[in-house]
Design a protein around this ligand. Structure first.
Ligand SMILES: C[S@@+](CC[C@H](N)C(=O)[O-])C[C@H]1O[C@@H](n2cnc3c(N)ncnc32)[C@H](O)[C@@H]1O
Length: 380
């Protein structure tokens, strides 16, 4: 078998970090700050280069990436037959044995092959045929696969990737329970960076729900790598991940644990709903961070002599009138917080409509399927 472990060679690899639409710029900044090599800005996701260890680091340390893919091959694929040949050019036994399970996901853009399901099946056939020929047995497809393969076909050119993350990276492992409409952890982390938080200023989420924004802020401020709480990543299930790799990954996690910062700013998580605050407390404990919790209405926020940054995700309803009235009261409250910065992810246009002056930053984002606006105000 052509087995080569992830530690066996100091290969130069090409990676792709995917992001929630609208968060690519902050993801690019984050990956550069993590010291990952050759990070380039790209609207559809951020490419970078490096070794296997760099790919592991991105999985462990990126707060904003949704997934990390590693490139296996690029080839033209104008037809099913050419696609099949291209997929067979990869030595699959390095990543996948016939006893393991796998899945293939395909995305087709502007290509002659348009049906993503049929295209994924062709990729699957090429892999199965190669392994059956070399090992006498074929691996099975599964919904919880050991190896996730991703094909991106654009203008008849195929890029074939392995998904290093496994479960998407927003699944940090600390969220035990949630209130209504919880934010993805990766989106919460992106909002903190988009709000320009310096990790020193006091931070408040006055409508914290299950606490995602405040917990992500505390993890970032304490320099705790978000992936340290994960049970495992996709790459740990590949054939190329053996005892040597397991030891190297333990060493890397040890290094990251010892980089934890001592001093952290005060981070306040408030909500008017006592039951949801209990969930936020349980989640914060699971994440290993300390927050100050307050059961209070956003309307009772008072300015004091310390600067603060508010990052929050207020509720949105389907009844527009109720939205408008609630937004009016929330924005009137924020207007009184002289000298503070307020960043909010608004699922309703009512928030921007109810605030003058205009926001100093306004960006469109997707929160799950819901188009949202990220609004940033420096209250004069
Ligand atoms: C969209 S959810 C926040 C979700 C949160 N970002 C998370 O990740 O779980 C909005 C929250 O606002 C809270 N809320 C609604 N009205 C409020 C008020 N007047 N004061 C404080 N919190 C309020 C709700 O209890 C709910 O938890």
């Amino acid at each position: 078998m052509n087995f080569q472990g992830q530690c066996a060679a100091d290969e130069k690899l090409e990676f792709h970090a995917s992001a929630i639409a609208g968060t690519e710029e902050v993801l690019c900044d984050e990956l550069r700050e993590l010291g990952l090599p050759s990070v380039r800005f790209n609207r559809g996701g951020i490419p970078f280069r490096g070794t296997w260890r760099d790919g592991w680091r991105a999985c462990l340390q990126s707060r904003i990436a949704q997934r990390i893919h590693v490139l296996l091959a690029r080839f033209p694929a104008p037809s099913p037959a050419v696609l099949y040949t291209g997929v067979q050019s990869v030595a699959w036994a390095r990543h996948l044995t016939s006893k393991q399970t796998f899945s293939v996901h395909a995305v087709c853009r502007g290509s002659q092959l348009t049906h993503e399901g049929v295209t994924a099946l062709k990729v699957k056939d090429a892999i199965v045929d190669q392994l059956r020929a070399s090992q006498g047995l074929r691996p099975n497809v599964s919904d919880d696969p050991d190896v996730r393969i991703f094909l991106y076909l654009a203008n008849d050119k195929a890029s074939l990737y392995l998904d290093m993350s496994g479960e998407p990276l927003h699944k940090r492992g600390y969220r035990r329970d949630t209130g209504e409409a919880p934010l993805r952890e990766t989106l919460a982390a992106a909002l903190l960076r988009m709000a320009g938080w310096d990790r020193k200023t006091r931070l408040i989420d006055p409508m914290c729900g299950s606490g995602t924004i405040a917990i992500e802020a505390a993890l970032w401020a304490a320099n705790i790598a978000p992936g340290l709480g994960r049970e495992r990543f996709g790459f740990e299930r590949w054939a190329s991940f053996g005892a040597e790799e397991a030891q190297a990954l333990r060493d890397l996690k040890g290094e990251l644990r010892s980089a934890r910062a001592g001093q952290t700013p005060r981070i306040i998580a408030a909500d008017m709903d006592a039951a949801v605050l209990v969930k936020a407390q349980i989640n914060a404990r699971a994440a290993g961070v300390k927050l100050a919790f307050r059961e209070q209405s956003v309307f009772d926020l008072q300015v004091d002599d310390q600067p603060a940054l508010i990052v929050t995700n207020p509720p949105y309803g389907v009844r527009l009138e109720a939205d408008q009235l609630f937004a009016r009261k929330v924005m009137a409250t924020f207007c009184r917080l002289h000298g503070w910065r307020v960043a909010l992810l608004a699922g309703s246009p009512a928030y921007a409509q109810e605030m003058s002056p205009r926001p100093c930053q306004r960006m469109e984002l997707l929160n799950g399927d819901l188009p949202c606006e990220f609004l940033l105000y420096d209250i004069p």
